[in-house]
Design a protein around this ligand. Structure first.
Ligand code: 6PG
Length: 492
């Protein structure tokens, strides 16, 4: 500890504390201290606390606590403690240690990637003790935590009154607006962060499909495709994920000459679980987030290495070899893939925002979807120019039934739909799986068609299980005596 930090620590109470000083916690603590807040820091093992103060003590005023009691005692009232430990058991363990040391009105903040159901449980349990528990979604990775993340705070008005200004200061700002706003009570913040991650999965899957189609359709190298993604990053698709796609594709294998890194990375995608949680929750809410589901399942399929190996050379594909696009049609194909990517991305976001609305209704959170688009414009992994348009769409019509029905997005997708259909046809004809593109298109068609095939499903359910059906021309439920005289009866 520097002398100045030591003196400050003795004189002042900390305005906020961070416990759990692995990379994310340490960077968040540094970000807070750099913004002039006196920041208490604590870790299960003292070495991390000491290292932070020694290395970064000059960046602000840190108050190290070498026991939970010392840490809690160093905080001003209401005490505000940010917990940055692993989701699940470790978070519960830290809460159990801290809660008996805190008083009514104090605030515990979980800024990790917790499941919103855990946040609801913890909030309810701590509320009984008069302690406020705020589940706060933080996106932007390690760098974001230090330099300005996007922050999705949940919890009570009381906790937000203390936390809000600090979070707004440490979040990144876009056009002078901080990428942090009160999402809603209890689990709302972690719910929205979970859906953010689900959309992140869908976005990455769509980008990967675009790359795969371009690579095999055109027979270009990853380095050549890096240029395509770089050019896309100056249009409608401008986003962090497109930008880093170009970066990854342009990277050579540092261990050998003339080989692209992407060609030596094992093609089995991993996941920590937030995408899976999104889909599990969407099933309960009855919200069709097919883009996110396809992304989660595509990762799962990629990970079934044994099965994939067993299928190779056994299951035949289409005869035509790659590249399947003639050189003269290359530019048109690139444009088609760009349009298909954009349209599929609009669908994925439309589904994600539908899920936010469904969760908000289910739990009574009162989440403003436009405000979520606003705070995702910077700092987070899915930050994109296109979020400005989503913000505008909800500002123009807060009760928008689907993002696809906003005039700007409806027109953009309509302009791209022929290209979208051509790209899906190519993927099918040439055996390049594009589950994200094709399921997004199926969702779009399912949404716009006046009659769906569900009428037959209802008929089948009635035949085998007397589950009844409704009619388009009369109120009530009906059942046919399928095994009897075939007459239809009203059913109550
Ligand atoms: C963020 C990210 C982050 C997430 C990683 C890895 O918003 O900063 O969403 O929270 O943990 O992206 O996620 P997977 O390992 O599940 O791909």
């Amino acid at each position: 500890m520097t002398e100045t930090t030591q003196q400050a620590a003795e004189q002042v109470k900390a305005q906020i504390g961070v416990t759990g000083l692995a990379t994310m916690g340490r960077n968040l603590a540094r970000n807070i201290a750099r913004h002039g807040y006196v920041t208490a820091v604590h870790n299960r093992t003292d070495a991390r606390t000491k290292a932070l103060v020694e290395e970064f003590g000059h960046e602000g005023t840190f108050v190290p606590g070498y026991s939970a009691q010392e840490f809690v005692d160093s905080l001003e009232s209401p005490r505000t403690v940010i917990v940055m430990v692993k989701a699940g058991g470790p978070t519960d363990a830290v809460i159990d240690e801290l809660a008996p040391l805190l008083s009514e009105g104090d605030i515990i903040v979980d800024a990790g990637n917790a499941h919103f159901a855990d946040t609801r449980r913890r909030e309810a349990a701590l509320r009984e003790k008069g302690i406020h528990f705020a589940g706060v979604g933080v996106s932007g990775g390690e760098e974001g935590a230090l330099l300005g993340p996007s922050i999705m705070p949940g919890g009570s008005e009381h906790s937000y009154a203390k936390l809000g200004p600090i979070l707004a200061d440490i979040a990144v700002s876009v056009d002078g607006t901080p990428c942090s706003t009160h999402v809603g009570p209890d689990g709302a913040g972690h719910f929205v962060k979970m859906v953010h991650n689900g959309i992140e999965y869908a976005d990455m899957q769509l980008i990967a499909e675009a790359y795969d189609l371009l690579r095999h359709g055109l027979g270009r190298t990853p380095q050549q495709l890096a240029e395509v993604f770089t050019s896309w990053n100056s249009g409608d698709l401008e986003s962090f994920l497109i930008e880093i796609t170009a970066q990854v594709l342009a990277k050579d294998d540092p261990t050998q000459d003339g080989v692209a890194l992407v060609d030596v990375i094992l093609d089995e995608a991993e996941q920590k679980g937030t995408g899976r949680w999104t889909v599990q929750t969407a099933l309960d809410l009855g919200t069709p987030v097919s883009g996110i589901a396809e992304a989660v399942f595509a990762r799962a399929l990629s990970g079934h290495a044994e099965q994939r190996r067993a299928a190779q050379g056994v299951l035949p594909g289409p005869a035509e070899e790659a590249p399947f696009i003639a050189e003269g049609d290359a530019d048109a194909f690139v444009d088609d893939v760009r349009a298909a990517l954009y349209a599929s991305k609009v669908v994925a976001y439309a589904q994600g925002f539908d899920m936010i609305k469904a969760g908000s209704e289910e739990y009574g959170w009162g989440i403003d979807p436009g405000a979520m688009a606003t705070i995702w414009r910077g700092g987070c992994i899915i930050r994109a120019k296109f979020l400005d348009r989503i913000k505008d769409a909800y500002a123009a019509r807060p009760d928008l039934p689907s993002l696809l029905l906003d005039p700007y997005f409806a027109e953009a997708v309509a302009n791209g739909q022929e290209a979208w259909r051509r790209v899906v046809q190519h993927s099918v004809a040439h055996g390049i799986p594009a589950p994200g593109f094709s399921s997004a298109l199926a969702y779009y068609d399912g949404l716009r068609r006046p009659r769906s095939s569900a009428a037959l499903v209802q008929g089948l359910r009635d035949l085998f299980g007397a589950h009844t059906y409704k009619r388009i021309d009369r109120d009530g439920s009906f059942h046919v005596e399928w095994a009897g005289d075939g007459a239809e009866h009203p059913w109550s």
